[in-house]
Design a protein around this ligand. Sequence first.
Ligand code: BYC
Length: 480
Amino acid sequence: MNIAAVDYDGLIPNNVALGQDVRVKRALEKWHPGYLNWWNDMGPEGFQESLVYLRTAVSVDPKGWAKFDYVRMPEYRWGVLLAPQMEGRKVNFGTHKGEPAWQDVPGEYRAMLRRLVVIQGDTEPASVEQQRHLGKTAPSLYDMRNLFQVNVEEGRHLWAMVYLLQKYFGTDGREEAEALLQRRSGDPDTPRMLGAFNEKTPDWLSFFMFTYFTDRDGKMQLEALAQSGFDPLSRTCRFMLTEEAHHMFVGETGVTRVVQRTCEAMKEAGITDPNEIEKVRKLGVIDLPTIQKKANLHFSLTLDLFGNEISTNAANAFHAGLKGRYREDRLKDDHQLESGTYPVLRLIDGKIQNEDSPALSALNMRLRDDYVVDCNAGVGRWNKVISDLGIPFEIKLPHVAFHRHIGEFSNIKADVSGHLISDEQWKKHRGDFLPTDGDKDFIESLMQPQMETGRFASWIAPPKVGIDNKPGDFEYVKLA
Ligand code: BYC
């Protein structure tokens, strides 16, 4: 079988020869109605009958893997797609370094591997649940289409993890696959597994921040799992990363367009001081200090997703060859880390300072550091838009100790610069760092839908180019 081509004949499009794997095919077909029920209950609210101009993966060839067409979301072809197998691939880190990559689950690591797959799987439907109400306040049909594209692909990523569970983990894999459809973002009794996936995505600025910051955690984690010695996981994550890139594009360009519109409106009105918040808001755009507060919120919530700075779980997963570092294969060291150290930012004697820690234990910290570098690149591009429009303002990522709920800094209060502050001071200044109820109400007041083809809400600039090179007046969603 040509691995680059996808078999579209059956119920579940795939490039894993599902037709010859009766047990797994049946298990997935049995899971399918539950998935559709979940999509109908918890997927986008409304618009399920509308025709959306979506891309669907039709191949895993990096040169041309997607086709664009109008699709009703419930009819989207969610499938199982793995990147092509690499001849002679080896485990390239940890204690098994140099051994052939596993095509089956190594028995001794079964529980650890299942946990990683389940956690990854859990985030995918969670994000769809968090974003389900956004369609009805879309600032344009272009944005609505991008939201739905992200949503159907997160659905596909759930399929990707469920395939691994059904194929490689027997009865308990099947149970985990069921449980992935039962948990609900924000539900007090059956919440999603990781903190940030139980938070609200109340408005479109949050959606753009989420796809910028939180989908980027997705990228980092998938890159680390793509290094896995368990080859089916590696191949799965490699293809997911292809799709993930668009989600971060939506976030980065979304925030850019909000920032651009704000600065343009300020310029037109002759407002040069970004802190003249009320005047700026009267223009029907979101003031830059509020955009900064949203960035503070989403960045800090996402940092929690990297787990504890010092983690035995992370050390064990690396040692076992299951989860590597960011782009492990491009790093130049022994890939075993038995003796090295890594500087970890910790709270020591009441001060935030670096401490050299065993490199193996510090892998969450290291991935988080790589993440912060990656985040900063896009923030620099937002700032270029602001400075090109002549506004004296710079968006900055807050200190990693700010507003944390997991790890070293979860028990202290720090300001955005990383200065320790008392509970009293935190209460007093919280509203300077994070969106207040007033900020939220203002943003909500702007969330009026704009559903005319080629038109955009007052607070966001049109994109530079259309999706699939379509012109500005293209009807991305044919409303039913
Ligand atoms: N919330 O040893 P530690 C994505 C728990 S996003 C709640 O530091 P570890 C996407 C932890 O589970 C990427 N609990 O943990 C983005 C552990 O509990 P147990 C998702 C947390 O394992 C946008 C205990 O604390 N993929 O794809 O080193 C849209 C001890 O912690 C949290 C992955 O995350 C938290 N934030 O690190 C759609 C990859 N943090 O087991 C999709 C797979 C920690 O002792 N996951 N805990 O009861 C992992 O690699 C790791 O499990 C984590 C945590 C990085 C999450």
